[in-house]
Write a protein that binds this ligand. Structure first.
Ligand code: NAD
Ligand code: ZN
Length: 348
């Protein structure tokens, strides 16, 4: 296994978000020091804002979540921030789901590395440590809080790929399970299931190792506890899912995904379907590759009475099908992990 890095510091527990104040104060060394907050737009009028310790000289950007992060949007946030101040902020704080956490990671890296977001889509292209970054997840499942990437779509090239680098990892996390209480049930399931799916793909792949497996196995166990229980959103289950998400992100930093994620990425690039729900739609068609896991997934859907959309690819044009194929098959590493180097003979 290659040299692998994880998040340096975590605080965890109900009400942990109030630790942010002290953590940020430690970073504000002079009266000039300011922080950049990238906060999920859902919290625009929420009392949570008052608990983030935002000062008048700080910069607050509400991150829209209608679309997943685009490179041009990251660039425009960067341009906006650098047009106001030439000095770097002392911290970048991301608060929200995968969209906001990934946006904050990308901004932190761009601020010190310069250039455009698309310059860093790939592996280990970020050369300088980003601005000190603090992540505060408010919904659990993607593992964006602990992974070494931040997923962005370049609309010009059609590429959905993140800045995979050690510098993309958060320096500090605040894991407060109280924050996910307000998440709508279907969304809670779709995002939570991302962890379960990351892990099943890793555990069924060729590139396995003992550390990745240990993270995946424990995260899968927690997901089973949560999604096969009577109430996936109970206080205890929100706590468990937050840890499962964190461990799932660590797992993926030490392994690869498989067949589900490439198909889900295709749905995202061509039809704009969001990551979590896209994964769930794909899972319903994955029996050939992951029979036992698909059966368990369907039991979870049934236990939680959530709705998985169907028929999203009805009446597409040949051109759309072609683009779906191309934006799926481009994900060579995960597909080779799942199906071997001759994966194009399986996925014709
Ligand atoms: P999201 O950021 O897409 O948010 C989903 C919805 O939940 C949004 O409407 C948001 O406003 C809402 N929401 C968030 N917290 C809430 C709360 N506490 N109460 C009420 N509503 C709340 O959610 P996601 O599924 O966590 O993230 C998906 C994104 O993560 C995609 O862009 C995907 O590409 C990315 N992703 C990144 C990684 C990584 O390793 N970096 C891994 C997987 C997915
Ligand atoms: Zn995922």
């Amino acid at each position: 296994m290659k040299n692998s890095k994880n998040v340096l510091y975590n605080t965890f527990g109900k009400g942990a978000v109030d630790d942010l104040k002290l953590l940020i104060t430690q970073k504000r060394l002079t009266s000039e020091d300011y922080c950049v907050f990238l906060v999920d737009e859902y919290f625009k009028n929420s009392p949570l804002l008052n608990r983030l310790s935002i000062q008048p000289r700080d910069r607050l950007i509400f991150v829209p979540t209608v679309e997943e992060p685009r490179t041009d949007q990251i660039n425009s946030f960067y341009d906006e921030l650098t047009s106001v101040s030439e000095n770097l902020p002392c911290a970048v704080v991301g608060v929200g789901g995968g969209i906001s956490l990934d946006t904050a990671k990308a901004i932190s890296n761009l601020l010190t590395n310069g250039g455009r977001a698309e310059d860093y889509q790939g592996w280990d292209l970020v050369k300088m440590p980003g601005v000190y970054k603090i992540g505060v997840p408010t919904i659990s499942g993607t593992g964006a809080e602990s992974s070494r990437t931040c997923v962005m779509t370049n609309k010009m090239s059609g590429l959905k790929l993140g800045m995979n680098s050690d510098y993309t990892i958060y320096d500090q996390l605040i894991l407060d399970p109280n924050l996910s209480e307000t998440v709508e049930r279907n969304q809670y399931f779709y995002t939570g299931m991302d962890t379960y799916i990351h892990c099943l793909e890793s555990l069924n792949g060729a590139y396995r190792n003992a550390i990745g497996d240990a993270f995946s196995e424990q995260a899968s166990k927690l997901c089973r506890d949560v999604f096969l229980s009577l109430d996936m959103k109970s206080s205890e289950n929100r706590e468990k899912l937050m840890i499962a998400s964190y461990l799932g992100g660590c797992a993926i930093a030490n392994s690869y995904v498989g067949v589900v994620h490439p198909f889900s990425a295709g749905l995202s690039v061509v039809l704009g379907i969001h990551h979590g729900v896209g994964n769930c739609i794909v899972m319903t068609a994955m029996e050939e590759f992951y029979p036992a896991e698909v059966a368990e997934f369907l039991r979870m859907v049934d236990a939680q009475q959530v709705v998985i959309p169907s028929g999203v690819c009805k009446q597409l044009s040949d051109e759309q099908y072609q683009r779906l194929y191309e934006s799926t098959i481009i994900h060579e590493k995960p597909l080779a992990n799942a199906l071997g180097v001759d994966f194009k003979k399986v996925l014709t």
